[in-house]
Design a protein. Structure first.
Length: 568
């Protein structure tokens, strides 16, 4: 049975702590399961102290213990900290065994013993060929990553001296990508020794200390940070993928799961983190199969693991710059690293981004008082403060209800006369019944004031022209969306609002030049499909995005069949 060294860790008292769910987090396989699993690996006798894997390694092996024990450890300032010991018939690993990113912890033999060593290709076969064992492993891996995050094990350290746009950006990037993070606020905590040790000045913060100072990066952008942490996958630039999916919202993740599970070589490109707008939702309650609701981050995290389990490459944070078709009927997608990947087909699932306010300096306070997401991280920034939520759709309603549990009061501003036409009834009922939410109709923000952080907001009633100014430091904007289609250039036809035109509408508008009719989700360029919010005429719902993502892959199969078997 695995043991965990957490006696002094207060988070161990949390009943939701995965370390308290020992039978699921550290399951013991039966003799019969061990016999089946052993066929995928080789049996080795190893001496005490043998290092099986170390933090920073990629593509490590999977180990099942037959005799002895295996210690899982991290490096701390005081030395090596062993926080888990695997025992008889237990196994190593967590979510990074489903990808080729750098792993977070080390493992070594705690005493002389015998293991089954399963290399990465064989591990993937094990997961598919033995579904009952695969289910046990999958559940354990998910719980172990949650435990690493909650206990800040295998973490990096973010040094900050105050909340700033860059501090919030770094925290959001790491948390949304499920990376363990320890935050030290030098304005509150004594960071003198750390600052002196790494020769960091206060005005250089925020800084990220990576693995005990083997590298310190000052205010890194997301791409630089991902490179330092080994979050980036190694991409294939010469051999074309069967399908390249751009955007990892619900539509893109769904497309990746179905494409990879059906044997297509699949790459999913995302510039920040899986989930898209849905990933920033605190709770989705009307998604089929989750009667008690699920957070957008949890839903997208599960979908990401599902796609990786089937072999999809999830490449982040890669922003896509352009796309073109070459003379070999392949699509070349230009990335932010100046490289191009090639694909036989493309699914455009880049979604849309929330609009900002139509006022002067409308981006001045982004992440410094103005936010476009309402997750636990943003909620922690505005605890017991008055806040404003702008918007009348479901995302705004979900944000207002969630944030009302943290803020002292929520002022909800909409330009129209009510919510009935734009919001689900269950959300309207909760808003109307909450004493902590006040709805202002016919109201819009006309000015934001502050120096480096938002300090005051002025709004106006567009019926009476009366204005009010309030000392409010947090505004959440969810006011409609702009499609992320600039990178497409002239590759596909767009409608007058910039969304991708698909299907039979292309024929009606004489935007299709092929002999056959376009498929339902196919754009004006054969083999380029659009799914989810980015598609013209789409329904802006998580469920419809997931449906279109899966549907796009059936049409990709049809296109690839035509490509491989052209009609003379």
């Amino acid at each position: 049975m695995a043991t965990n060294m957490m006696a002094d860790d207060k988070t161990a008292l949390d009943p939701s702590d995965p370390y308290l769910r020992e039978k699921q987090t550290f399951p013991t396989l039966t003799d019969e399961q061990i016999e089946r699993a052993s066929q995928f690996g080789v049996i080795e006798d190893l001496a005490k102290g043998t290092v099986l894997f170390e933090r920073g390694d990629r593509t490590v092996d999977f180990f099942i213990l037959l005799k002895g024990n295996i210690e899982i450890y991290e490096h701390r300032q005081h030395g090596i900290n062993v926080f888990t010991v695997h025992g008889f018939h237990q196994f190593t690993g967590e979510l990074d065994l489903f990808n080729n990113r750098q792993i977070l912890v080390g493992g070594r033999m705690g005493e002389d013993g015998t293991v089954v060593r399963v290399n990465r290709p064989a591990f993937k076969k094990l997961m598919v060929s033995e579904p009952d064992i695969g289910e046990i492993i999958m559940r354990a891996f998910i719980l172990r990553r949650v435990a690493l995050i909650s206990h800040k094990q295998g973490s990096v350290t973010l040094l900050m001296n105050k909340q700033s746009a860059d501090t919030i950006r770094i925290q959001r990037f790491l948390r949304r990508n499920g990376y363990p993070l320890e935050v030290l606020d030098c304005a509150k905590d004594d960071c003198t020794d750390i600052l002196e040790k790494y020769e960091i000045q206060q005005d250089q913060l925020p800084a990220v200390i990576i693995h005990l100072g083997e590298r310190v990066v000052l205010n890194p952008n997301n791409y630089e940070l991902a490179a330092c942490l080994g979050l980036m996958e190694e991409l294939e630039y010469e051999t074309p993928y069967d399908v390249a999916i751009v955007g990892a919202g619900p539509a893109g993740l769904s497309a990746a799961v179905y494409a990879a599970s059906e044997g297509l070589s699949t790459i999913l490109l995302e510039h920040e983190a899986p989930g898209g707008q849905a990933g920033t939702s605190s709770k989705i309650e009307n998604y089929l199969g989750f009667p008690t609701g699920i957070s957008g981050q949890a839903l997208s995290g599960r979908a990401q693991v599902q796609a990786q389990k089937f072999g999809a490459t999830i490449a982040l944070p890669y922003s896509v710059k352009n796309i073109k078709q070459n003379d070999k009927q392949l699509y070349e997608i230009g990335l932010c690293n100046q490289q191009n990947i090639k694909a036989k087909s493309v699914v455009v699932a880049t979604g849309a981004t929330y609009r900002t306010l139509d006022i002067e300096d409308n981006r001045k306070f982004d992440n410094a008082g103005v936010y476009y997401a309402a997750t636990a991280m943003e909620a922690g920034l505005c605890k017991q403060d008055e806040i404003i939520v702008v918007g009348g759709g479901n995302s705004a309603g979900q944000a207002a209800i969630f944030l009302s549990g943290h803020a002292s009061h929520v002022h909800m501003l909409i330009r129209g006369k009510g919510l009935c036409a734009t919001m689900s009834d269950y959300l309207i009922s909760r808003i109307n019944s909450s004493s902590k939410i006040t709805l202002y109709t016919h109201t819009e923000i006309i000015e934001l004031k502050g120096d480096k952080h938002l300090e005051a907001v002025t709004w106006r009633n567009n019926q009476t022209n009366e204005t009010e100014t309030h000392d409010i430091r947090h505004v959440f904007l969810m006011i409609g969306a702009v499609p992320n289609t600039d990178w497409l250039g002239n590759c596909v036809e767009l409608d007058d609002k910039g969304f991708v035109c698909t299907g039979m509408g292309l024929l009606e508008n004489k935007q299709w030049e092929q002999e056959r009719n376009p498929m339902m989700l196919e754009s004006s360029s054969p083999g380029v499909f659009a799914a989810g919010d980015v598609r013209s005429g789409s329904i802006k719902r998580v469920a419809s995005g997931v449906g279109e993502g899966s549907m796009s892959i059936s049409q990709v199969h049809q296109y690839l069949s035509e490509l491989n078997n052209p009609v003379n």
